[in-house]
Design a protein around this ligand. Sequence first.
Ligand code: NAP
Length: 404
Amino acid sequence: MNGDNREDVAGVEQEQPGNGAPWLLYGAYGFTGRLLAAEAVRRGHRPILAGRDAGRLREWAEVLEKGFQLPEPLRIRAFALDEGPDIRRGLEGVAAVLNAAGPFGKTARPLMEGCLEARAHYLDITGEVPVFETAFELSDQARDRGLIFMPGVGMDVIPTDAAAALVARVLPDALRLELALHSPGRPSAGTLQTIVEGLPDGLRVRRGGRLVRSSPGRKEFRRWVDLGPEEDNGPMAGKLGGRRSVAPFTWGDLATAWRTTGIPDITCYMTTPRRQARTLPVVLPALQALLSISPVRRLARSLVTRGADGPSPEARARGRCRIWGRAEDAGGRAAEVVLEFPEAYRFTAEGGIRALEQLLKQAAARKEGDPLGAGTLTPAGAFGPEWALELPGVRVVREPGLKD
Ligand SMILES: NC(=O)c1ccc[n+]([C@@H]2O[C@H](COP(=O)([O-])OP(=O)(O)OC[C@H]3O[C@@H](n4cnc5c(N)ncnc54)[C@H](OP(=O)(O)O)[C@@H]3O)[C@@H](O)[C@H]2O)c1
């Protein structure tokens, strides 16, 4: 305690919907962390707000308390992720951690290991393939402790994982899966920093069940996809649907869709204007080489974040995204689906909190010692794809089915 009655005393119980022990939101004052915190409080949760800056936590807690006219102060815990003992103290007595502090390459492993020690479930909103792979590496340890680890409870991978599961259900012998995301709108500073951090790793695809490097110059990537009927959501939210060119992208689904569907060849794309997609074979390797140099990467991180304040409230309210999924079997039969869902950051806040609620519900219902239902799980693997279809604002644009 530091004289502020908001400072949390570890282990003190509080009322939580669906769960007795408190859960903790790490990175609570970042752009997406703030959206998650507000959505959590709106739904009646009282998470412990955590991050490495006590001042910013206190300030944000006060805003939430005033905005939602909370009778009790929200609790905060300030701790960095560099030292084990700090993390241990930070996670004492919590039932689950929702990590919103990205790039997750630096924050996920210490928090996952902290969760193993504290016996807390772990969720995050990463889209970074190496972070998912770390979570799957730790799966047995989580399972042995009866814990659920679920990275990726944001736009990537909740709806994309559902799309993968839906086409795989139509074509259970599929060997090839493609997912293309159309998410118009302005990214946040944290997302841009994460992209800069990930670029030196280059482009990945999954082939024969293994993650392999690839190059955007390859013929197979000159791809157009049909995202369903066209819609114009105005200047703040952008255009939706239509036939669009895509460029390969290293989405987290390269890790999760493989676990959800078992389909061995997976390629992920994002919609990209044709002219830009054509420059990628030249631009991407050059960027990769430049950003492998640490000082250049640091400079790039600070440059890309200048003025990057993420989507406005209006864009979040009006924006929509689509995901196209296609599975194909050895005989060339193909199944497709198109789903639509709210703007990326809004969806991440709404979907992330509901994923946490669903995880806590399933964890509470799981019989002790049952190896099923614990370990590192994907959203569609754990909850079924229908769960994602029932999230606010999600609709099926093209029913999952065989393509003529
Ligand atoms: N999967 C999805 O669909 C999805 C959707 C939205 C966002 N995201 C991801 O979520 C992440 C956060 O995005 P954002 O827009 O909220 O970014 P942001 O506004 O920059 O916030 C990042 C937060 O993480 C904290 N943080 C960063 N590095 C840290 C470290 N090493 N130790 C402790 N705290 C650290 C920051 O605290 P300090 O200010 O103290 O550094 C801040 O609270 C990004 O990686 C983004 O790509 C994913």
